[in-house]
Design a protein around this ligand. Structure first.
Ligand code: NAP
Length: 321
């Protein structure tokens, strides 16, 4: 039996803008949150979510001159710590959400849980699917992007390309055509997956060009993108195109593996929440950020939803404890 004194009020899982905003709010509400922030990944030497892979962020309000992704996350961490949030640089290995207090493990899972918590805020984020090329890691944030809304502005008057044939790719291409000189859509088949209305819009856009039956073999450039080697999958011919920007828009995957069998998910795999709230299908478990967001996927919307989750958790604790 766990000593009730050992049960934490809030454990936040994840340390992107959603998790850290939830931490700031719950810390300022005197709830002493523990943030299990994850571990450095192969693409970043610190946890902190997708912004750690971003160079310049120019659309986060409050930074008129822009801010780098890592700087923004370092500031959010420091702000959470200033109010007493405890940051643990580990990965959650197991969650038991069957009953409150919930069990949270870091490290081995065949022992007692590392933490027990009255509420859990899930902010595990999502990943953009990537092509799997070695060059992607090197050039992400240096001409390679997964977010037109974030980075389109940097490609004014350039010839750039978008990979994918779904709604995301066409939406990104349409958006990018406001800035770029030309936008070439590279799609691996000769027909699109995107909805008819998006197809019509893209096909009517004079700045958008098409490379059908085409796959990216390699992205060229040491410190910035200088060209894209593209293979025609029908005749196997390869051609180097001098694109200076490439947007990969082949879908996203929410990070739900830790709890997919314990919480309701939507049909598209994103974690389901009730209406405008952050309440999941388990009372006392809240969710925020990209793991619930199949629409906006912005740092500022993630931060906003982290705030909602913190307030929901605080009210839940008030009502239950
Ligand atoms: P998606 O519908 O799954 O489309 C992914 C596209 O990327 C497909 O065309 C796929 O090719 C291609 N692709 C996948 N893996 C690839 C790889 N390894 N190499 C090259 N190409 C690859 O994903 P999405 O476009 O992100 O859309 C996700 C959902 O959100 C959809 O339901 C979509 O309708 C919705 N959405 C809606 C809007 C809107 O209505 N405004 C905007 C964005 C997204 P194949 O076609 O050959 O499989």
């Amino acid at each position: 039996m766990t000593d009730p004194a050992d049960v934490r009020n809030v454990v936040v899982v994840g340390s992107g803008p959603a998790g850290l905003t939830a931490a700031i709010y719950t810390a300022r509400a005197n709830l002493s949150p523990v943030v299990i922030e994850g571990e450095p990944s192969s693409t970043s030497d610190q946890p902190g979510g997708q912004l750690m892979l971003t160079t310049e962020v120019e659309n986060f309000p409050g930074f008129p001159e822009g801010v780098t992704g890592p700087e923004l996350m370092t500031n959010m961490r420091a702000q959470a710590q200033r109010f007493g949030a405890e940051l643990v640089t580990e990965k959650v290995t197991k969650l038991d959400l069957s009953a409150s207090p919930f069990g949270v493990w870091v490290g081995p899972t065949d022992t007692e849980p590392t933490y027990r918590a009255h509420t859990v805020i899930i902010a595990t984020g999502a990943q953009s699917l990537m092509l799997g090329l070695e060059s992607e890691k090197r050039l992400l944030g240096h001409g390679l992007s997964t977010c037109a809304t974030c980075d389109g502005f940097f490609f004014r008057d350039q010839d750039i390309c978008v990979v994918g044939g779904g709604d995301s790719a066409l939406e990104e291409a349409n958006f990018l055509s406001r800035f770029a000189r030309s936008v070439t859509i590279i799609h691996r088949r000769d027909s699109l997956r995107a909805s008819k209305i998006m197809q019509d819009r893209a096909l009517a856009n004079e700045k958008i060009k098409w490379l059908w039956n085409s796959a990216v073999d390699e992205i060229e450039g040491d410190t910035k993108v200088t060209g894209v080697r593209i293979r025609n999958v029908v005749d196997d011919s390869v051609e180097l195109h001098p694109f200076t920007g490439i947007f990969v828009a082949i879908g996203h995957r929410p990070n739900t593996a830790l709890f997919a069998d314990q919480l309701d998910l939507k049909d598209n795999g994103y974690l389901a929440t009730e209406g405008r709230s952050s309440r999941t299908s388990v009372s006392g478990v809240f969710a925020c950020g990209d793991v619930i967001d199949d629409t906006y996927r912005q740092a500022i919307t993630a931060a906003g939803s982290g705030c909602s989750a913190a307030i929901d958790a605080e009210r839940w604790l008030e009502a239950h404890h």
